[in-house]
Design a protein around this ligand. Structure first.
Ligand code: ADP
Ligand code: MG
Length: 211
């Protein structure tokens, strides 16, 4: 099996990068050897994993990398089937550029409003540059924190159609269980029945990303 590296990127904070990274990694860990690379100097992926109780460790290791990631990722590919890279909320410092240069997929979590979407896709130029050097790179938007009872607004659907980065068909709903998973150093896969719907969402995203 060749390895798949997924970079989770958005230059805005609070859009769900770490939440997507950790739950995706937990889902991927059920399918193969999985590593989280914590590329955010704030270290929130590492902190998340350290919240886990000793008798129930987070299902993937978290490896903190400061600065450019390209060389590290190349080496780590040998030992893992899946690597998920949690990126810092900035395009400066070379971390995102390094991640984009050596990833197979890019997931861009965005909040479900056109304003947030436009703020998020200002990274379009970085993606174009990365694709020039890494033509296989496949970016997708994943809409996060969709309200339970409402589908995407017509304005958001229109905005998604106007930009040239495709959105995954599966969205993530706003669910308290995602916050709980972070507090417990766990994932929606390990929180019993209340996590089932969220785990199904994450599984569907994994299927789309690996397709
Ligand atoms: N789908 C969701 N449902 C509920 N809360 C969420 C969801 N996604 C993210 N959050 C919460 O939103 C906040 C920001 O998410 P986070 O993953 O830390 O974003 P980022 O890493 O992009 O800064 C966190 O408190 C997180 O628990
Ligand atoms: Mg984060």
């Amino acid at each position: 099996m060749t390895s798949t590296v997924i970079a989770v990127v958005n230059q805005k904070g609070g859009t769900g990068k770490t939440t997507v990274t950790m739950n995706l990694a937990a889902g991927l860990a059920r399918r193969g050897r999985t590593l989280v690379v914590d590329g955010d100097p704030q270290g929130s992926a590492g902190q998340w994993a350290r919240m886990a109780p000793e008798d129930r460790p987070f299902p993937a290791s978290v490896f903190a990398v400061a600065g450019p990631l390209d060389r590290e990722l190349k080496a780590l590919r040998r030992d893992f089937d899946f690597i998920v890279v949690d990126c810092p909320p900035t395009l400066e410092g070379g971390t995102v550029a390094g991640a984009l240069a050596s990833s197979d997929r890019v997931l861009i979590p965005v909040l479900p409003s056109p304003m947030d979407l436009w703020g998020s896709v200002r990274m379009g130029r970085s993606l174009d540059e990365a694709k020039a050097a890494n033509p296989g790179l496949k970016p997708s938007i994943v809409v996060n924190q969709v309200e339970m009872r409402s589908a995407l607004s017509r304005a958001m659907k229109g905005a998604l159609m106007e930009i040239d980065i495709p959105a995954l068909g599966q969205h993530l709903r706003r669910r308290a269980i995602y916050r709980r998973a972070a507090l417990e150093g766990s994932s929606v896969y390990d929180l019993g029945k209340p996590g089932l719907a969220a785990a199904a969402e994450i599984d569907a995203i994994i299927d789309e990303v690996l397709a």
